[in-house]
Design a protein. Structure first.
Length: 323
């Protein structure tokens, strides 16, 4: 079973990335053949400053290592270190109907948010399909916002197989791996946590900054004494994902009975977050102090990823008559 997933270096990682994706990356690296990468080619659609992109790529690599990805167990690499990706992307583009991309929600949303309607943004899902198909991935751990991209990946793979692989399919069809409880992690305003909504809590902010940010969580004006429905409250939803079981049970009971204020929940959530990432913060400092180790991980990952990618690309090239 091959696992693969990617994450964009378009700013500091937030706890939505962690719960929705990275925690599953770490869990799956033990049992399986896993490939994880920093999607810098995708980030070109939004980051237009070369020095900043370099910095983000390096930060995300370090963050992933600090959060528990082990380069001995998983292949950790940078997307653009495998140029085969771009070549496969063109082979796939050539069989992708425009209509499939036109219906993509994330393209429409990004243009609505003010990103220019450029071809890279439009073709983004085809590049993502290339990322996935290039490694014969079976399972792709992601948050729910990537579900449509996974559907397109499967559709494109099937189409390519239909056009070129009648006798023997060229591509393996991947499945998304989305955990319901963390499929959409809420941000400070209760909407999906996302950089583009400005409602994120960054994993590696300083503890004081994390505590302060959590205080900004938007809540209603229900008084402390009044009973509250924990299931309808995104603040509790987040607390539940980070706090210890006994604390969750206690807070849940007090929500239902009345007698707990949002201020207390925010403070406790802040503490739970700081505690959850304390060890990772220490590990992060170690990696930051040893950039040569990060560079070695990156180079070894690129080599392993390219070897796998080359074989699949050659299969696809042969199927469509190139070379
Ligand atoms: P990106 O960089 O936006 O997000 C990385 C991962 O974090 C998940 N995620 C969330 N999950 C739950 N709740 C949230 N609030 C939340 N916010 C983010 C995302 O679902 C994702 O799994 N297009 C991808 C990157 C990519 C990729 C790939 C992923 C490029 N190629 C191939 C998988 C396979 C993206 O922009 O993710």
């Amino acid at each position: 079973m091959r696992i693969l997933s990617g994450i964009q270096p378009s700013g500091a990682l937030h706890i939505g990335n962690y719960l929705g994706a990275i925690r599953q990356y770490v869990a799956l690296q033990d049992a399986d053949d896993a490939y994880y990468f920093v999607a810098d080619l995708h980030a070109l659609t939004s980051v237009r400053d070369a020095a900043l992109l370099r910095q983000y790529v390096s930060d995300v690599l370090i963050d992933l290592l600090a959060l528990g990805l082990d380069p001995e167990r998983a292949v950790l690499f940078v997307q653009s270190d495998v140029p085969e990706t771009v070549e496969l992307s063109w082979l796939l583009t050539s069989v992708t109907p425009m209509g499939w991309l036109e219906k993509c929600v994330s393209y429409k949303e990004k243009v609505q948010q003010g990103l220019p309607a450029e071809h890279g943004l439009f073709a983004y899902p085809v590049l993502q399909a290339a990322d996935i198909l290039l490694y014969d991935a079976d399972l792709v751990p992601v948050g729910r916002d990537q579900k449509q991209h996974l559907e397109i990946t499967r559709d494109v793979a099937e189409r390519f197989n239909n056009v070129y692989g009648k006798k023997k399919p060229v591509f393996r069809l991947p499945e998304p791996y989305i955990l319901d409880s963390v499929a959409v992690v809420p941000g400070l305003d209760g909407r999906k946590m996302s950089k583009s909504y400005g409602n994120t809590i960054e994993i590696f902010d300083e503890p004081a900054a994390i505590r302060k940010k959590v205080k900004k969580f938007v809540t209603d004006s229900t008084p402390v004494e009044a009973p509250k429905d924990p299931d309808a409250d995104p603040l509790f939803g987040l607390f539940k994902l980070f706090a210890a079981k006994a604390d969750v049970a206690e807070v849940e009971r007090r929500y239902r009975e009345g007698g707990i204020g949002y201020g207390e929940v925010k403070t406790r959530l802040g503490e739970a977050l700081v505690a959850t990432f304390a060890e990772a913060r220490e590990r992060r400092a170690e990696w930051v102090a040893h950039p040569e180790r990060v560079a070695a991980v990156r180079a070894a990952g690129a080599e392993k990823a390219r070897a796998t990618a080359r074989a699949v690309l050659d299969r696809a090239r042969a199927a469509c008559g190139l070379g």
